[in-house]
Design a binder for this molecule. Sequence first.
Ligand code: ARG
Length: 263
Amino acid sequence: MKKLSLFIISILMIGLLAACGTATEEGNETSGSEGESKKVLKMATSADYPPFEYIDTAKGSDIIGFDIDLVNSLAEKTGYEVEVQDMDFNSLIPALQAKQIDLVLAGMTPTPERAENVDFTDIYYTANHMIVSLKDNEVKSVEELDGKTVGVQLGSIQEEKAAEIAEQVSLKVENRNKISELIQELKSGRIDAAIIEDTVAAGYFEKDDQLAGFTLESSEEAGSAIAFQKGSEYTEEFNTALNEMKENGELDELIIKWFGGKE
Ligand code: ARG
């Protein structure tokens, strides 16, 4: 009797394990309409960065923006399917290093320090640093930052920019996880200014007429590139597709769609 029930339990366990096996194998692929399956790449972004990536709460909970359109076009060309997830900007590179995700599009600038840990494609868009403040308490030059508190996004190149300015004037630097938090802190007076990229700041100016800003003169540009795991097989494929989009005008179309047409 004992032997029989042990036998039944083993059979059940084998069946269970087999079922789990098939489930995980299927997890990585999706079937297209013709039944062909595409490999799913996990992309992460920090959806606090309109028009690059954001959630338009009025329209739903999907992440939309320039980077999302771009990755979808690139995936189409390279034959992959892309699944997008949201995380703090500061967690993106560690997630690539831990191989939890395959790629990052987050308006991310390919700095030499980052390039030690991840691989980048060519640059697909360039922007400049901007000092954003409130019209009522406007900061019009770097000198005027003296004695002030400036906010930056944690882990961004704007954090380095602030450290650089702090060598010229006396500056207190505060960091926050999200750009929207920087704007809130500015409005509540906890910080006097924030360093944000011009294209992103432009979106906030449109919605909020209390904000003012100026572009940092002769500041080095903040370009965006796609990041992959170090040694990734996908970098080359995506770079080729990206350059194809640069040459055939598709990239310009996306730039006009998301950054153009703003007065
Ligand atoms: N370009 C800057 C950087 O790489 C800022 C990017 C911030 N991106 C975001 N999705 N919040 O540091």
